[in-house]
Design a protein around this ligand. Structure first.
Ligand code: URP
Ligand code: ZN
Ligand code: ZN
Length: 463
């Protein structure tokens, strides 16, 4: 099957031009104006953007967590991704105690197999940094095709700085990347104790306990570990302006400290925790939503390059039945996480590009091209000959009001209910096959379960 997209604005991370794109089978074969190829299907893309499919480097699909399991499985989660213009997902799977990294990768691959409608990869989450696990890092990079490793400095499965340092050493040697949930456990622990003593335990106290200081201090520790090892680190879900300043300070000193932020930190603020009827529980996530100033800083970070990627941290729990499963008396037992896998591209376009906070080209870089480069997805992330035909024909004028009823995630709310979007996917291709298209008043899924495959990623560039 071949497809010719005619006269769309082809957007790359470095520039845009009106051109045709010819896709044959699973691959982009040619990009240029007036391409002469005959195709099985020709699409008039004039007035539309031709974007590389977004890559979501931060999801928690079908993940056991805080006494429950995130509500999207690989079928519903990947369908939602496709309908939002995301054509590759890199999901986390945490190593259990005593398990190998291979176990963590294979378990999640097995869950995704036969279900995922778009391509996917896995970041093994290191929770048990035994010497044999440190030794396994080389194999994970060169054999398993998973060169990035997630660690947490918060939660029960956190690791200590020694483990972080050892992982940084190994990834430096073999071409990998350590990703960190950067919140200081001890600061949050002490604030939790203080709030418990006051008896104030509503959703807003979650944001107070997960103080900005906890993010700053953890990033400082990450930067010190990078300085010690000469390695590189990637801060996931950066939420605060002050945290960004720590990232920037480290980068200004020449340290390889990278950062990802999420649509929720770019668009929502901490006032949400005070919504009536315990609605604030919908936004209980770690790190929490921050004051408005942090949001502005995060857009500046994205624009100026100190933040290199956007991921969703998609970790959905139903408001009824999961968020409230342990009662409403204490924020500490509310499952942490929120849905977002479907709304990333539309929010970045509407809130970022349309509002003039980032350019179209920068949007493509932080959602696709830069993400592919960061995580070793050699065949993805750009509209260029030889790349996988993961392509979004995007209508920049299409209006859509976000409502959970018209989204595909298996969860009972969206944090952006009622938000007006400008710009939506018109057609989404995953390795040359149409997986989603605009129909009537929403995007509909037209692909097939199991068509997505595990992508082996390549080691990252040597130092
Ligand atoms: O609250 C969150 N972010 N839940 C998912 C797990 C994590 O910390 O990324
Ligand atoms: Zn996290
Ligand atoms: Zn996460």
């Amino acid at each position: 099957m071949s497809v010719l997209l005619k006269n769309g604005l082809v957007v790359t991370s470095t520039g845009s031009a009106v051109a045709d794109v010819f896709m044959d089978g699973e691959t982009i074969k040619a990009v240029g104006s007036g391409l002469p190829m005959k195709a099985d299907e020709t699409v008039d893309a004039s007035g539309k953007y031709i974007l590389p499919g977004a890559i979501d480097p931060h999801t928690h699909i079908d993940m056991p967590f805080m006494g429950t399991t995130s509500s999207d499985d690989w079928k519903t989660g990947s369908i939602a991704a496709a309908c939002g213009g995301t054509t590759c997902i890199i999901d986390f799977n945490l190593q259990g105690k005593g398990e190998s990294l291979k176990d963590a990768v294979e378990k999640q691959k097995a869950k995704a197999a036969g279900k995922s409608v778009v391509d996917f990869s896995i970041h093994p989450g290191v929770t048990d940094a035994r010497p044999d696990v440190i030794d396994e890092v080389k194999k994970a990079i060169h054999e398993y095709g998973t060169p990035s490793f997630k660690i947490f400095l918060f939660y029960d499965f956190r690791v200590d700085d020694y483990a972080m340092i050892r992982l940084l050493e190994e990834t430096k040697t073999h071409g990998g990347l350590v990703q960190v949930h950067a919140e200081s456990f001890d600061i949050i622990r002490r604030l939790n104790e203080q709030f418990a003593a006051t008896g104030k335990l509503g959703p807003m106290q979650h944001a107070r306990a997960h103080a900005i200081l906890a993010e700053e201090q953890a990033i400082q520790r990450c930067a010190a570990a990078v300085e010690l090892t000469g390695s590189r680190i990637y801060i996931v879900h950066l939420s605060s302006g002050q945290g960004l300043w720590k990232v920037r300070e480290a980068r200004d000193r020449g340290l390889h400290v990278y950062a990802e932020t999420c649509p929720q930190y770019l668009t929502l603020t901490e006032e949400r925790y005070d919504e009536p009827d315990w609605n604030g529980a919908k936004y209980v996530m770690s790190p929490p939503l921050r004051p408005r100033e942090s949001q502005d800083e995060m857009w500046l970070g994205l624009r100026d390059g100190d933040v290199q990627t956007v991921g969703t941290d998609h970790c959905p729990f139903n408001f009824k039945g999961q968020k409230d499963m342990n009662g409403k008396a204490d924020y500490k037992v509310i499952p942490n996480g929120a849905p977002g896998i479907e709304t990333m591209l539309m929010l970045l376009h509407t809130e970022g590009v349309v509002k003039g906070r980032i350019s179209l080209e920068r949007m493509v870089d932080v959602l696709s091209t830069g993400t592919a480069r960061m995580f070793g997805l050699a065949n993805k992330g750009a509209i260029a000959p030889g790349k996988d035909a993961d392509v979004v024909v995007f209508d920049p004028k299409r209006k859509f009001t976000i409502t959970q009823k018209k989204l595909h995630m298996n969860v009972d709310y969206t944090p952006w209910e009622g938000w007006e979007m400008t710009g939506m996917p018109e057609i989404v291709y995953s390795r040359g096959k149409k997986v989603a298209e605009w129909s009537g008043d929403q995007v509909k899924f037209v692909g097939s379960a199991g068509a997505g495959k595990f992508v082996k990623r390549v080691p990252l560039a040597a130092y």
